[in-house]
Design a protein around this ligand. Structure first.
Ligand SMILES: Nc1ncnc2c1ncn2[C@@H]1O[C@H](COP(=O)(O)OP(=O)(O)OP(=O)(O)O)[C@@H](O)[C@H]1O
Ligand SMILES: [Mg+2]
Length: 359
């Protein structure tokens, strides 16, 4: 009986064992299946993460590209505004020069004739006087009234000073024409000193004495430099921008000084030109104005950077000058400044343009 019970129990245990084995096998399969699923999902997840990383990098690139495009658009816009401004100024200057030129030529052309006529008339009066020393009373009275002796001397002096005056106006007109140089959009070998002098002539109204400050001293220390191949009109714009900034800096400093203080330490702009070597020339423009604070020195050539009040400065002068010197002439533009003491801008350009890239 016992033996039979044992056998039944063994049978049952075997059966249970088989069932358990089957269950174990099923679990194994399921575990395997799950493992495969997890592997696949993990792989997919990694792939998605990789793709996300790629698109993030791509987005970063694109936003950088957009930033660069925006930056160059800003620069281009700034350049267009400035060149528009300068070409409008050039056209206006050329227009004024042309309008003044006609009437002045008219006066200048006729001055030599009027001088001749005056001489002739005075000689005739002199002859009358010699042959008729005792004219009627009316003529004698008139002679006294007009003070003929004085008139004879003064008429010639008046005509001479009119001659000098019209010659001066002709010089100014010539400077204005040279400054605008609208006709010269190409490279040409020009006398840099002429460009600087013409620019100074145009700025004369800001250099001369006012009731608040004495005349600004302009020191021209010109070296013996040969003609330089350049876009003359554009180079004149650079001189104009640097000189106007120097005048602004002097004016700023002078608002804090009395007339006497300015007189004791006069405002001064020094322009030095020199040959660097066989290939390069240097133009240094120094002022003893307010100077540039250390903290903003890095920004001076940035488009739109200005410390001047709204309406006075656009912050484009130096950005454009930098472009003109470095990009258009393959040159260098740098500055050195000590706040409270003054600033020096140094332009260096090749005498001939054969070595530089022109855009
Ligand atoms: N000689 C100088 N002395 C002192 N500060 C200067 C001098 N030159 C330039 N700066 C500084 O550099 C800034 C930028 O000059 P930039 O000529 O580009 O612009 P701006 O003179 O302000 O305006 P604009 O576009 O009308 O020339 C000026 O606002 C000024 O602060
Ligand atoms: Mg300026």
């Amino acid at each position: 009986m016992d033996n039979q019970d044992d056998s039944i129990q063994i049978q049952e245990l075997k059966k249970k064992n088989r069932i358990l084995q089957k269950k174990l096998e099923r679990c194994e399969t399921e575990r395997h299946q799950l493992e495969t699923d997890i592997g696949t999902k993990e792989f997919l997840l990694k792939k998605v993460i990789c793709e996300l990383e790629d698109s993030r990098t791509d987005l970063q690139h694109r936003s950088q590209e957009l930033e660069n495009t925006l930056d160059s658009l800003h620069k281009m816009q700034a350049q267009m505004i400035q060149s528009e401004k300068m070409s409008a100024l050039g056209q206006m200057v050329a227009g004024i020069a042309h309008e003044i030129n006609n009437p002045v030529s008219f006066i200048y052309g006729n001055l030599s004739h009027i001088k001749q006529y005056t001489h002739d008339l005075l000689r005739l009066v002199e002859l009358y006087h010699r042959y008729f020393p005792n004219p009627p009373a009316e003529i004698q009275t008139e002679r006294k009234t007009i003070d003929l002796d004085f008139l004879e001397k003064d008429a010639i002096m008046v005509l001479n000073s009119m001659n000098i005056g019209t010659e001066r106006i002709r010089d100014i007109v010539l400077s204005l024409r040279n400054f605008s140089r609208l006709d010269e959009s190409e490279f040409k070998a020009v006398d840099i000193h002429e460009g600087i002098d013409n620019t100074l002539m145009i700025l004369q109204h800001r250099i001369k004495a006012t009731d608040k400050s004495p005349e600004i001293q302009i020191i021209r220390d010109y070296g013996n430099i040969s003609n330089v191949e350049c876009y003359a009109g554009q180079l004149n714009q650079v001189f104009m921008n640097i000189l106007v900034n120097a005048l602004d800096a002097l004016e700023e400093l002078n608002t804090k000084r009395t007339y006497q203080e300015i007189r004791d330490h006069p405002s001064r702009i020094t322009i030095r030109t020199s040959v660097v070597d066989l290939e390069w020339v240097k133009i240094a423009i120094t002022d003893n104005g307010s100077g540039i604070r250390e903290s903003i020195q890095k920004q001076i050539f940035n488009p739109f950077f200005t410390t001047k009040p709204v309406g006075k400065g656009t912050g484009m002068g130096m950005a454009i000058s930098y472009q003109i010197i470095t990009k258009k002439h393959g040159g260098k533009l740098e500055f050195f400044s000590t706040p409270g003491k003054g600033t020096e801008f140094v332009v260096q350009i090749p005498i001939q343009q054969k070595f530089c890239l022109i855009i």
